[in-house]
Write a protein that binds this ligand. Structure first.
Ligand SMILES: Nc1ncnc2c1ncn2[C@@H]1O[C@H](COP(=O)(O)OP(=O)(O)OP(=O)(O)O)[C@@H](O)[C@H]1O
Length: 183
């Protein structure tokens, strides 16, 4: 799971010197090795690989849930697992903001976060596709069917903004959720 030699700097904050050039060069070095995630402190930069990479699995979610943040390579799972643990252990609402230009990969990133939250809420037991979180996944697909369109920048562009909320009970299991869409 370690990134190994020549993978660049996993946290851009540690680049010396830190400039636009070194930042972009570091992202490029990592991208060439199919490493699409890089931290900037507690934020995560994701580069759209435009092809499926073997970066996602329930087993990997469990690995991120089991380790403190920053002990494993940068990943959306690390961000989501930390948010989930803070909801469960500190009883604090958490928010993950995903931003970027059209086609940057926001919708895919939200899907990955939701997948991670589903597995986390199922106690890391598996795909955990049932219940509130499974319904949210299905609702997202349904909204895309009506609210997405092909554009010059993205073959599956969301034509609306999306606020996705998941509610967890005191055991950390998802019990409800909402998707609010805005034009
Ligand atoms: N992590 C990823 N792995 C593989 N392919 C990806 C990934 N992220 C994005 N893509 C590809 O890029 C396309 C565009 O991504 P996505 O729809 O998530 O962009 P977006 O930022 O939500 O765009 P928009 O704002 O136009 O809706 C996806 O349909 C998919 O083909």
């Amino acid at each position: 799971m370690a990134e190994g030699e020549g993978a660049g700097q996993p946290d851009a904050v540690l680049l010396a010197p830190l400039s636009e050039d070194t930042f972009l060069h570091n992202l490029h070095v990592r991208y060439k090795r199919d490493i699409i995630y890089t931290y900037v402190g507690n934020a995560l930069v994701s580069v759209n690989p435009c092809r499926a990479l073997p970066l996602y699995s329930a087993e990997l979610v469990r690995a991120y849930l089991a380790r403190p943040p920053y002990q494993l390579p940068p990943h959306l799972y690390a961000i989501t697992a930390t948010a989930y643990q803070w909801v469960r252990d500190r009883n604090e609402s958490q928010c993950i903001v995903i931003t970027g230009e059209s086609g940057a990969g926001k919708t895919e990133a939200a899907r990955v976060c939701l997948q991670c939250a589903v597995v986390a809420g199922a106690g890391g037991a598996g795909a955990g596709d049932a219940g509130a979180a499974g319904a949210l996944t299905a609702a997202g697909t349904l909204l895309e069917a009506f609210g997405n369109a092909a554009t010059a920048r993205n073959h599956n562009a969301s034509r609306f903004g999306k606020l996705l909320e998941i509610e967890f009970d005191f055991k950390g299991e998802p019990v409800g959720g909402h998707i609010t869409h805005c034009e």
